[in-house]
Design a protein around this ligand. Structure first.
Ligand code: FE
Ligand code: FE
Ligand code: ZN
Length: 302
C-alpha cells in the first residue's frame, strides 16, 4: 500500500528545539516535517540540546515517525553560487551540517543559489567548489539541491543545471535533489503532465536522486520565474495536479513537505494562522476544501 509521508514547515525554537517541532507537526496530523535550525536570514544559533533531542526521539517513536523522513532547510543566507562570500558559505554550511548531524537528521535542503552576474557556468563552478569543501568522506547528512523558480539569477532552474552540479561533486552519493512543485511550475515545467516531468527527471538526473518533494501551489503562471507559493488547490497548479504528485506510485515513501502561506486573520492582518492541518486533511481525503481559509481562521482564532 502507498505510504504517504506528509508534513510541513514547522518552527524550531531555542528552548524546546526538536520536541517543539514534533509537537507542532503532530498538531497538523503530519508524519514528517521540515525546519530551519535557526533564523534563515542570520547566523545566530543556539547550541543543540541533546536531552531535548533524546526526548524528541521518544515522542517520534510513540507516533511512528521516522527520523529518516525529517528534513532540515539550510539557511538562505548561504549562496554557494556567489564566490565573493566563499569563506562564509563554506564555514556556515559546515557548521549547519554539524548541527543537523548532531540532531540525527539525515537530509538538508539547500538552494543552489544565485550567480549574481558571473553567469551560469561560473555560478555552477562556484556551487560545486563550496559543496566539495563541505561534503566529505565522513559527512553523514545528505544535501538535497532544490529546484528553483528562476527569480533573478537563480540557478538550479532546470534538471540539466542540477545534473551539472551533481556531476562535479566528489561524493556524489551524498548529494540528492528536492523537487519543489511551485518552483518547477514557475521555472516552466507543466504540471498538467507530471509523468512527463518525472520521465525527464529520470532521464537527466535519475529518479534515485529524488529524496524530498516540496508541495506548494503557485500564485503565478507556468514559466513566470516568480516563486510565490499558494495554498494547496488555490493556485495555478491546482488540487488534482498536486494530488498526482502526492500519490504518484514512483514517489512512494519520499517525504512531501508543504511550504504554503499562512492565512491572515480577517480582522487583523498582522495575525496569521498555519494552514497545514486543514491542507493535510484535504490531501488525506483527496477532496478539495472550498472553505480552507474560513476553516483555518475558525479553528485558530481565540
Ligand atoms: Fe527552499
Ligand atoms: Fe521549497
Ligand atoms: Zn519557494
Amino acid at each position: 500500500m502507498y505510504k504517504l509521508i506528509i508534513g510541513s514547515h514547522v518552527s524550531f525554537k531555542s528552548d524546546d528545539q526538536l520536541v517543539g517541532s514534533i509537537k507542532e507537526a503532530l498538531s497538523y496530523n503530519s508524519n514528517t516535517f521540515m525546519f530551519y535550525t535557526g533564523a534563515p536570514q542570520n547566523t545566530n544559533r543556539s547550541p543543540i540540546n541533546d536531552s531535548k533531542t533524546l526526548e524528541a526521539l521518544n515522542i517520534m517513536k510513540e507516533n511512528n515517525m521516522d527520523l529518516r523522513h525529517i528534513v532540515v532547510h539550510a539557511p538562505y543566507i548561504i549562496n554557494p553560487a556567489n564566490a565573493n562570500n566563499r569563506e562564509f558559505n563554506i564555514n556556515f554550511l559546515r557548521q549547519e551540517l554539524d548541527r543537523v548531524e548532531q540532531l540525527g537528521v539525515t537530509m538538508m535542503v539547500l538552494h543552489p543559489g544565485s550567480h549574481v552576474g558571473v553567469g551560469i557556468e561560473q555560478g555552477i563552478k562556484n556551487i560545486i567548489d563550496v559543496l566539495n569543501c563541505c561534503v566529505l568522506s565522513d559527512t553523514k547528512v545528505n544535501i538535497c539541491l532544490e529546484t528553483m523558480a528562476g527569480k533573478g539569477t537563480e540557478l538550479g532552474t532546470s534538471f540539466e543545471q542540477i545534473k551539472k552540479i551533481i556531476d562535479g561533486i566528489v561524493y556524489k552519493d551524498k548529494v540528492k535533489v528536492c523537487l519543489d512543485t511551485c518552483h518547477i511550475n514557475d521555472a516552466g515545467y507543466d504540471l498538467n503532465d507530471f509523468d512527463k516531468i518525472l520521465d525527464e527527471f529520470d532521464k537527466v538526473i535519475g529518479l534515485d536522486k529524488l529524496a524530498c518533494i516540496h508541495i506548494n501551489d503557485s500564485k503565478n503562471e507556468i514559466g513566470a520565474h516568480k516563486d510565490r507559493h499558494e495554498n494547496i488547490g488555490y493556485g495555478t497548479i491546482g488540487f488534482d495536479n498536486l494530488l498526482k504528485v502526492l500519490y504518484h506510485e514512483k514517489l512512494d515513501g519520499i517525504p512531501k513537505i508543504l511550504e504554503t502561506p499562512y492565512i491572515k486573520d480577517i480582522d487583523n492582518d498582522k495575525v496569521s494562522y498555519p494552514p497545514y492541518k486543514f491542507e493535510i486533511e484535504m490531501i488525506r481525503n483527496k477532496t478539495l476544501n472550498n472553505n480552507l481559509l474560513e476553516d483555518v481562521r475558525k479553528y485558530y482564532k481565540k
